[in-house]
Design a protein around this ligand. Structure first.
Ligand code: B1M
Length: 209
């Protein structure tokens, strides 16, 4: 659809007002919020990521694209999340220590809320101690750790080790671009999921099973 390509293009240019206008227009045209997210916003961000890797764009351009992405996601949020649904369980979520990437973590949070889970969001650069303290305080069943850097994903093992050291009945779910099932296995985390929708689905299963 042409409008989704336009959203993708303007997101790459970091044109936040235009992205907001087009996202609103796409919704009025009756396009599904999930398609706007995946084929418009996420596809634009993925192109930005490729260009970043190839040194064709740099941190400032990526930041304005991320800002446009967040503005678009904020408009879609009510369409992707059913508000007022009774909580089916509580999870704590955050991006691990040393890591400031939060777009994927925010999507996971949104999808989980959409499945009726209460999500305590600790933000970015979260230490293992902060994950565990918040999980205990909120009586959470799952700690959800996101990491986007190969240099920070090792922090997930510190979270797992702390949960085990305290013998807590809390599962640790991990995800993010560099994370894999074999990495999960190597650090002894309970669950790896590759994307936000699967993360929400699998988290819900932990509470209803
Ligand atoms: Co950064 N960055 N970045 N960056 N950045 C990457 C990750 C990188 C792959 C770019 C590249 O080189 N191609 C690269 C990492 C290389 C590596 O480690 N091997 C990189 C780098 C190097 C850096 C800096 C070091 C750059 C520098 O300063 N020289 C720096 C580090 C800062 C820090 O964190 N300490 C940095 C900074 C930044 C910005 C601040 C500019 C910005 C972040 C803005 C923000 O998040 N608010 C940024 C961005 C935007 C990116 C890219 C372009 C896009 C990331 C993104 O948001 N993707 C990224 C390149 C790329 O990924 N292609 C890149 C969209 C998002 C929806 O995907 O987060 O993967 P993702 O989430 C997915 C799944 O992974 C999954 O669900 C989501 C969707 O379904 N998922 C989970 C995520 N968390 C999950 C948790 C789960 C389950 C699933 O369970 C708990």
């Amino acid at each position: 659809m042409a409008i989704l390509n336009e959203i993708c293009d303007y997101l790459q240019k970091g044109r936040m007002p235009k992205v907001k206008e087009l996202v609103n227009q796409a919704l009025s045209d009756g396009i599904d919020a999930k398609d706007i997210l995946e084929q418009g916003l996420l596809s634009g961000m993925s192109i930005v990521g490729e260009k970043f890797k190839n040194n064709e764009v740099f941190v400032p351009e990526v930041l304005v694209a991320a800002r446009a992405m967040n503005a678009g996601v904020a408009i879609l949020r009510p369409y992707l999340v059913k508000e007022g649904v009774e909580s089916k369980g509580t999870v704590v979520i955050g991006t691990v220590k040393g890591d400031l990437h939060d777009i994927g973590k925010n999507l996971v949070k949104m999808m989980m809320e959409g499945r009726g889970l209460k999500v305590v969001d600790l933000g970015t650069d979260v230490s293992p101690e902060a994950f565990v303290a918040a999980a205990k305080e909120n009586n959470a069943g799952i700690i959800c750790c996101s990491a986007l850097l190969t240099t920070t994903m090792g922090e997930m093992k510190n979270v797992v080790d702390l949960v085990k050291a305290e013998n807590l009945p809390i599962k640790v779910m991990i995800g993010g671009a560099p994370v894999t099932e074999s990495f999960r296995n190597s650090i002894g985390a309970d669950i790896y999921t590759p994307d936000a929708a699967t993360a929400a689905e699998v988290a819900l299963q932990q509470f209803v099973a």
